[in-house]
Design a protein around this ligand. Structure first.
Ligand code: PLP
Length: 390
């Protein structure tokens, strides 16, 4: 399979393509879907084989394959991230959105404040609000061109009602890979203020050369009793539709609290997710991801460089993820004008930066998980849509 192959996903019940017109106003007839965070590549053979194996058994009853899948997760985390995690600490949830909501239910009460570093994955805010907890934004600052946490400003603004930090590592949007020092500083901050640290590491495998993702549990072993680790094969292997996330809770007392919510909601292994995750976390999966990261790295270099050449547009350097972050402030235009040009003139459907919280207002997020030919077309259209600024 080649990542260059263009696959028409229209009419396949793909959220990204089939909900695009309703959600963004851009028609899939000639528009390019660059919003929802999945990729337009075909699934690799070893995943297809795993699904075929499932079909061949012709039985979809309750099953007991979860221990093997958790072993595969533990193998992957050790092999790829140097993190030793016991399968006994893991729960398999219906994806990480579900996991975040369950963590909020298990570890906080209505009205408690949850700290997030904005701009950040918009569902953090949605889940906190829907669970009737309170969002506390800690805006990231840009230094040397990339996002940094400002823990001093956060410290000065604490109300005393904060219970949890909901952290994104690597960061979505823009793909910041946090350094060991930054991770340790955050863990120490949480210890100082008795906060739990929920570390959503869903993007942990898509990290570009020169960068190294360090799991929070590895960076701050002394804080591990307050850390909840969220991981998934979904972004790495493009299997988000199989709805499987892993919550690892190293601390026994916290694990008991999480288990109570998990059981109350009757969350149990999702057969397809388990089969795909187990097949993904394998030596063949590792080879495939290495090739994928090389391909995405070319995409992101091309996109960031080309966008930076368009006067008024500025793309943040990407250390990981396929989610590029473009700032339109220097166009001098209103965001209404910018989005009209991007959606109606260029016929591109990125995500609106404003939904990611403070700091995202003048930005758009572009998903580059697609064949290079489409990224090239997207860049050409952007260039044309802003050509009067040349
Ligand atoms: C940081 C982050 N967490 C969670 C999710 C969603 O995870 P899931 O599809 O497993 O609910 C996403 C999806 O884009 C994400 O970027």
């Amino acid at each position: 399979m080649s990542f260059d192959q263009i696959i028409d996903r229209r009419g396949s019940n793909s959220s990204k393509w089939d909900l695009m017109e309703t959600a963004t106003g851009v028609s899939p007839d000639d528009g390019i879907a660059m919003w929802v965070a999945d990729m337009d590549f075909a699934a690799p053979d070893f995943l297809q084989d795993a699904v075929r194996g499932l079909l061949d058994k012709a039985n979809y009853g309750y099953f007991s394959g979860e221990p093997e899948m958790k072993q595969a997760v533990a193998w992957w985390m050790q092999e790829r991230h140097g993190w030793t995690v016991s399968p006994d600490a893991m729960f398999s949830t219906f994806g990480l959105g579900n996991a975040i909501a369950m963590c909020l239910q298990a570890f906080t009460d209505p009205g408690d404040e949850v700290i997030i570093f904005t701009p950040v994955y918009h569902e953090f805010t949605n889940k906190i609000n829907k669970c009737e907890r309170v969002v506390k934004e800690s805006p990231l600052v840009i230094r040397d061109g990339v996002y940094r946490m400002d823990l001093d400003a956060l410290e000065a603004s604490l109300s005393g009602r904060e219970r949890v930090v909901l952290f994104c590592s690597p960061h979505n949007p823009a793909g910041r890979v946090w350094s060991r020092e930054e991770l340790r500083a955050l863990a120490a901050f949480c210890a100082r203020h008795d906060l739990l640290l929920i570390s959503d590491e869903i993007h942990h495998d898509l990290v570009y050369p020169g960068q190294k993702h360090i799991p929070m549990a590895v960076a701050a072993p002394d804080a591990v009793n307050r850390v909840i680790m969220l991981t998934s094969a979904s972004k790495t292997f493009n299997i988000a539709g199989a709805r499987l996330g892993i919550v690892s809770v190293p601390d026994e007392a916290l694990r008991t609290r999480f288990a109570a919510v998990f059981r109350a909601l009757d969350v149990s292994p999702n057969l397809l997710g388990v089969v795909l995750t187990q097949a993904a976390y394998s030596p063949r999966g590792a080879e495939w991801v290495d090739a994928l990261v090389r391909y995405l790295d070319d995409n992101q270099h091309f996109f960031v460089n080309a966008v930076d050449e368009i006067p008024g547009l500025s793309a943040m350097p990407m250390q990981s993820t396929y989610l590029a972050w473009v700032d339109f402030t220097n166009t001098g235009m209103s965001m209404d004008e910018v989005t009209t040009r991007v959606k109606q003139t260029a016929r591109l459907a990125p995500s609106m930066g404003v939904v990611f919280g403070s700091g995202g207002e003048n930005c758009l997020r572009f998903n580059l998980g697609m064949p290079q030919a489409q990224v090239t077309t997207a860049v050409e259209r952007l260039r044309a849509a802003f050509s009067d600024l040349q």
